[in-house]
Design a protein around this ligand. Structure first.
Ligand code: M5T
Ligand code: MG
Length: 599
């Protein structure tokens, strides 16, 4: 499957026993028991009206047999029919109305719960779940699962109809009644056995549709890369594979869930033939025989519904299993039960013998030690992949570390409430993400107490008010997803403003490697100077202009801090920093640029 192979990988998967699934299913439905009972009641009313019909027909046949009926009788009989149909119709409409109210509610509640659960997760979860798959669970699986929500009501209704019909036919002729029920045990056994197959094919189907979603999302995310490499056709053909896989999973699902329908109809027909044959053989009266034939049909309709219960439930459960796997994903990053709030840093931040890995096979930090004083401006430099982003991600509690501890004022950061802890930080990510919406909303980011003046003030601080003013709609300018309508530098300034608005005690900046033009560079530099005032700042630095101005630079190599000091001190060391400087940073000095232009 080439590029999309990983989108077809289902990690984080859990499986549940049928019992466990059913228990959780019932629990989920518990708060809707009133609706379920009401729907079942309307089904039962329909059932009674339906069950009464053959009896009425039998009565009529009996009367007609005796000679020409009088007018009153005919009118009464017609009225009886009409009444039964009207009752049926009203009960059916009420049942539909109830389902129409409750199923969307059920769906909405489940989607909301899932969405909340996603927000609780830390980054490990999002590294493992592709966004396409999550999208598929929240949109498709919940929709399919919610269709099982009325399964229970249908089943209750069906049980009641079957029992009523059974009682009536046994009352009239127990031999014919026995013939009628003879096939039932076999039918149920078949359906019970089918449930595993149904669950398996449904599960494959769900995985296939989620792969299509993931592939679609990844392909759109990567569209620029595909275009720049002229690989659009190649991507299409790889998508075709994923799509083909979905197609065959779908075919299997349809085949499994539908092949038994004609089978069940055949069984009903055979039973009908047998009832007719033995009925005639036993010489029973025509009216009873007609009634019996009608009751066999009335009886089998709910039985078919009941028999479908297992395969339908299993198919729904395949969706439910995926939904539960999200509900049951416990975030790794958790606050301790008696966690305390924190509102400022008094002394320092300490990394003590911190061990960390994303993946057990690739350890990022082993016994990492670092102390950052309050108010210090610290720069982290190092080759790509040396662990700079990982260090600040740990501090932001995106990931849980596996060994050692990170302390603020001698207290483990795990002892602080997550909410208050995260409020200490303002963070500008390496890969700036802006939401599709107005510039104002992106900076304000949900905070209600922020006025336009506040926003202009932070835009001033980060030197961005000028370009925002130039947009005809100013703060209300709508930017595309990921901020596509802005230049890279502009996006960065907006994300600076967003971070500064929070007035954080600690500012974390993961500079993007992409170089901006000299003018923006100067703007960012000036913005930075103001942003860092009176704060503790940790900057993953890619710009010379940033590193020369900080209090201390640490040099990372392969997950370890190998050197530290100021720019001059480190240059004098003639070690790792000096070589990094000569590789990266020297190109950014004015001297170097003047030299190279004059050549
Ligand atoms: C440090 C690995 C990566 C590297 C090491 C983000 C991330 C990193 N890694 C993972 O296995 N999974 C992940 O999700 O961790 O990576 P880093 O901290 O991102 O490095 P950096 O910030 O110094 O690099 P750069 O390129 O941003 O300058 O071995 O494989
Ligand atoms: Mg990085």
């Amino acid at each position: 499957m080439g590029l999309f192979r990983s989108s077809m990988r289902e990690k984080h998967e859990r499986s549940y026993s049928d019992r466990e699934l059913f228990r959780r299913y019932i629990k989920r439905l518990a708060s809707y028991r009133k609706n379920i009972m009401l729907i079942a009641l309307f089904i039962v009313i329909q059932a009674i009206a339906t069950v009464a019909l053959p009896a009425l027909i039998r009565y009529l046949t009996n009367e007609l047999d005796g000679g020409s009926p009088d007018l009153v009788f005919t009118i009464l009989a017609a009225a009886g029919f009409l009444l039964l149909y009207i009752i049926n119709w009203i009960a059916f409409s009420l049942q539909q109305m109830q389902s129409g109210k409750y199923v969307p509610f059920f769906l909405e509640e489940m989607r909301l719960d899932l969405f909340k659960k996603l927000q609780e997760q830390d980054m490990t979860f999002f590294d493992e779940y592709m966004s396409g798959k999550l999208n598929s669970i929240i949109v498709n699986d919940t929709l399919d699962f919610s269709s099982t929500a009325i399964l229970i009501s249908n089943t209750i209704g069906s049980i009641v109809i079957s029992i009523c019909t059974l009682g009536i036919i046994f009352y009239f002729n127990w031999i014919l009644a026995l013939i009628t029920v003879a096939a039932i045990p076999a039918l149920f056994l078949l359906m019970f056995l089918l449930r595993r197959l149904a669950k398996r094919v449904s599960k494959n189907y769900r995985e296939a549709i989620s792969s299509v979603n993931s592939a679609m999302v990844e392909a759109i995310e990567g569209i620029q890369v595909s275009k720049s490499f002229g690989q659009e056709l190649n991507i299409v053909s790889q998508f075709e594979d994923v799509n083909q896989n979905y197609f065959s999973a779908w075919m299997k699902l349809t085949a499994t869930t539908h092949f038994w329908r004609p089978l069940l109809n055949t069984i009903t027909s055979i039973i009908l033939c047998l009832v007719l044959y033995f009925g005639i053989d036993m010489n029973i009266s025509v009216d009873i025989l007609i009634m019996f034939v009608l009751y066999v049909q009335t009886f089998f309709r709910p039985v078919l519904q009941l028999a479908r219960f297992f395969p339908e439930l299993s198919a729904g459960m395949a969706a439910f299993e995926r939904i539960l796997s999200i509900f049951d994903s416990e975030p790794n990053v958790k606050q301790k039960r008696n966690a305390q709030p924190i509102d400022d840093i008094k002394e320092n931040i300490q990394f003590k013998n911190v061990n960390f890995w994303y993946d057990r096979d690739n350890v990022v930090f082993e016994k990492l030690n670092l102390t950052i004083r309050k108010g210090e401006k610290l720069a982290i430099v190092g080759h790509t992949g040396s662990g700079k982003t990982s260090l600040v991600s740990l501090l932001s509690r995106y990931y849980e570390y596996q060994g050692g501890d990170i302390l603020i004022d001698e207290q483990s950061i795990r002892n602080y409430t997550l909410d208050s802890y995260r409020k200490l930080y303002g963070k500008v990510e390496q890969d700036v993400y802006l939401f599709p919406g107005s510039i104002k909303e992106n900076i304000r980011f949900g905070r209600k107490d922020v006025t336009d003046e506040d926003i202009w003030r932070v835009l001033d601080i980060v030197q961005a008010s000028e370009f925002v003013h130039r947009f005809p709609n100013g703060l209300e300018t709508i930017i595309g997803s990921r901020g596509r309508d802005l230049s890279v530098g502009q996006r960065q300034l907006i994300s600076f403003a967003r971070a500064i608005l929070l007035n954080p005690k600690i500012l974390i900046l993961d500079e993007a490697t992409s170089s901006v033009d000299a003018f923006t560079e100067a703007m960012i530099q000036e913005a930075l100077g103001k942003m860092l005032e009176d704060r503790t700042a940790i900057i993953v630095a890619h710009r010379l202009s940033t590193i020369v101005n900080v209090d201390r630079i640490i040099v990372m190599d392969n997950g370890a801090i190998v050197e530290e000091g100021t720019h001059e001190e480190l240059l004098d060391l003639q070690g790792k920093y000096a070589s990094l400087y000569n590789q990266y940073f020297v190109h950014q000095t004015l001297d170097w640029q003047e030299q190279s232009y004059s050549k």
